[in-house]
Design a protein around this ligand. Structure first.
Ligand code: FES
Ligand SMILES: [Fe+2]
Length: 451
């Protein structure tokens, strides 16, 4: 099955006929100002830092090809300004945070969090220069231990992300890193989103290639990850539910259930104990996802992952309390030999190059999610170009339903493998249908407070 028009090499030792590197798909991968995809991604709030990264010094950050400086002033108000001072261009990362705003080190111009110029100390006392223009600024919010910005046209600003998972009673939202900043990867943002809709890489990359890399929050190795599952890709109201069913015993099927949420979000989690046990008399058990992950472009060839964790109240943070072994396979910093011997998501993603060239790919059956996602992104970019809101722009004050969360289901084993595979697929699809019908996790949430 090929979902692309890629020319095949049709003979052994045929590299000579395929040396043309071809170009990346600029429409889906370029994120700077005035690019179609960049304008599309600017229609959403994007997380740009963990709140714990803010100190008494300015924080330089590059988002979608724009250099910015983030700070929190003496009033505890956040500011996100264009990096270079509008006077003569010195970087505000060398500025000084004041009770109100940030002051440039060079000639002392003082900027408020919204970009207003408050002082120009070297100008004549009666100068009105400061009242005639602004330093460029973007709006900022803090939520869930992260700092967010909206970099699109002000008149098209959507609601701040209000995923149901961010409002579940009994859970606290915390950032997904113990310390430091987001997880930087030296590749295009779409390579990480490709991975969000590719659950089937788990059984190879994370299980069979160099041993099982996943453990439960309690530290148990998830051996069942080595099984090839039955995968389904289902459109949900907010994204694509990617599910994969594996039979654990004659009665029990594990459903891996990761949801990709347009345009650059994934929600996932694990069953808390392993192997899962169905409670007496019940036919299914669900886990609330504990990880919500944003893939934010730094520029065309760099990105970072910023994650929020749902911590059950009174319990430790399931991601950071006991550093999950899988985390080390998702970050830079290992030796080259370690990367070669035990590759993880980081190596697989940056290994595709700075910007993966889709024209050289040969998409296969296991890439159905990738094809669905790229098609949807293309349509969403077109919507923006035609003056419409893209998918998942909400301005109604409502919670957004999400549908992720691993599950164990009672599905009696069928007489033969084909029928059993079909029974598992049917059970998985029915599960997602039920989750969609019930509104994801929204029914579990309190009504949303007005912004
Ligand atoms: S360059 Fe910033 S005040 Fe002059
Ligand atoms: Fe992975």
């Amino acid at each position: 099955m090929s979902l692309t028009g890629t020319p095949f090499v049709r003979r052994p030792y045929g590299a000579y006929y395929q040396r043309d590197m071809k170009a990346p798909d600029a429409y889906l991968t370029r994120v700077g100002p005035d690019t179609p995809c960049g304008e599309f991604l600017r229609r959403y709030w994007q997380p740009i830092a963990y709140a714990h990264e803010l100190t008494d010094r300015p924080l330089r950050r590059r988002i979608m090809g724009e250099d910015l400086v983030l700070f929190r002033d003496g009033r505890l108000e956040y500011g996100l300004l264009q990096l270079n001072c509008c006077h003569r261009g010195t970087s505000l990362e060398y500025g000084r945070i004041e009770d109100r705003g940030i002051r440039c080190c060079y000639h002392g111009w003082l900027f408020d969090v919204d970009g207003r110029i408050l002082e120009t100390p070297l100008e004549p006392a009666d100068s009105t220069l400061k009242d005639r223009f602004y330093q460029g600024a973007y709006p900022v919010r803090e939520a869930g231990g992260a700092v967010w910005t909206y970099m699109g046209p002000p008149e098209r600003m959507p609601d701040m992300w209000a995923l149901d998972l961010m409002n579940l009673p009994g859970y606290r939202l915390e950032c997904g890193e113990v310390a430091g900043g987001p997880n930087v990867k030296e590749c295009n943002w779409l390579q990480i989103v490709d991975n969000f809709v590719d659950p089937q890489h788990e059984e190879w990359l994370h299980a069979r290639h160099a041993g099982v890399q996943f453990t439960t929050p309690a530290g148990q190795v998830v051996e069942a990850l080595t099984m090839f599952g039955e995968a389904e890709y289902i459109e949900s109201p907010t994204g694509i539910a990617t599910i994969e069913m594996r039979r654990l015993d004659d009665e029990t099927v594990w459903i891996r259930n990761i949801e990709y949420i347009w345009p650059n979000v994934a929600a996932l989690g694990q069953l808390p104990s392993w192997p899962p046990k169905l409670p007496d008399g019940q036919n299914e058990t669900h886990a609330v996802p504990y990880l919500v992950l944003w893939a934010v472009p730094i520029d065309d060839t760099n990105m970072f992952e910023l994650s929020l964790v749902l911590r059950p109240e009174g319990k430790p943070n399931p991601r950071t309390s006991k550093a999950a072994p899988a985390l080390k396979f998702n970050a830079s910093g290992r030796t080259y030999e370690e990367m070669q011997r035990e590759p993880g998501d980081y190596e697989a993603q940056i290994g595709q190059g700075p910007v993966a060239v889709h024209a050289r790919e040969h998409l296969a059956t296991s890439d159905r999610g990738v094809a669905m996602m790229r098609r949807g992104i293309r349509e969403a970019i077109e919507a923006v170009e035609q003056g419409r809101d893209p998918v998942n722009v909400w301005r109604n004050g409502q919670l957004m339903p999400t549908h992720a969360g691993d599950c164990a289901l009672r599905v009696p084993k069928a007489a033969n493998p084909e029928d059993d595979a079909q029974a598992m697929r049917t059970a998985g699809r029915a599960l997602i249908d039920r989750l969609i019908e019930r509104g994801g996790h929204t029914g579990l949430c309190k009504p949303r407070a007005a912004e």
